[in-house]
Design a protein around this ligand. Structure first.
Ligand SMILES: [Fe+2]
Length: 232
């Protein structure tokens, strides 16, 4: 199905053995085949970065070698941009070299928030991050039922939001997300693909039916964020 706008998956774990999303090259190539068959134009590879578990330079080395291996063997489509999904930790805004985790060629950081209760320090840290980066909060659907006020507060403070497509199957989540979807803060949708299951990927794209015209609006916002992104 051809669309008058680019189809962008902003959140995925498709780099071979860079995290638990793909066990190796064979699985990554299967993932990309699925993505290509669904007509996705651009996918952002966002391997998990856990700041308390791995040094930044080790992570960057791992990602670079994984990306290189994928590049050697993959087909030309889809376009792959390279970023990271950075798990929040206190003081993250002071981490040296954080800009190396942006989607390459942009100042966009994909930030994963914790599932436990959000502290005042978290709000302070995210606000500080928004002064230097375009902060996109990963899968806000995951927190919308328990931290609804917190999400609204972070978006008001300057952060943007990414939603996982499959979450839109949930009526209660859709209802809570509605005011945010009607604002200009949702800039990305993602599959958060781990593994190579076609059905999981299909769920990501049912977001198009659930969102109607808003789907295109969000895709165009993603395209704007990735305008200067470098591809693998
Ligand atoms: Fe993820």
């Amino acid at each position: 199905m051809s669309r008058p706008f680019p189809l962008i998956d902003f959140h995925s774990h498709i780099l071979p053995a860079a995290d638990h999303g793909s066990s190796g090259l064979t699985e990554s190539l299967k993932q990309l085949e699925i993505v290509r068959n669904f007509g996705v134009d651009t996918i952002v590879a966002t391997p998990h970065f856990y700041p308390n578990s791995i040094a930044l330079e080790d992570f960057l080395g791992l990602v670079a070698s994984s990306a290189e291996r994928l590049t050697e063997h993959r087909e030309s489509s889809p376009r792959i941009c390279l970023g990271a999904e950075i798990l929040y930790c206190n003081g993250l805004h002071r981490m040296e070299g954080l800009d190396a985790l942006c989607i390459r060629g942009t100042n966009v950081l994909l930030l994963e928030l914790p599932m436990d209760e959000w502290s005042d320090e978290l709000f302070y840290t995210v606000e500080r991050l928004t002064k230097s980066f375009t902060v996109v909060l990963a899968h806000i659907d995951r927190y919308i039922l328990c931290e609804e006020d917190g999400i609204h507060s972070l978006l008001s403070a300057g952060a943007f939001a990414q939603i996982n497509g499959y979450a839109l199957h949930s009526f209660s989540k859709r209802r809570k997300l509605k005011p945010i979807l009607e604002s200009d803060r949702v800039v990305a949708l993602g599959s958060d693909l781990h593994g190579a299951d076609r059905k999981t990927y299909e769920q990501f794209l049912t977001a198009e039916k659930k969102l109607g015209d808003t789907f295109e609006t969000i895709m165009r916002r993603s395209a704007a964020l990735l305008e200067n992104a470098t591809a693998l």
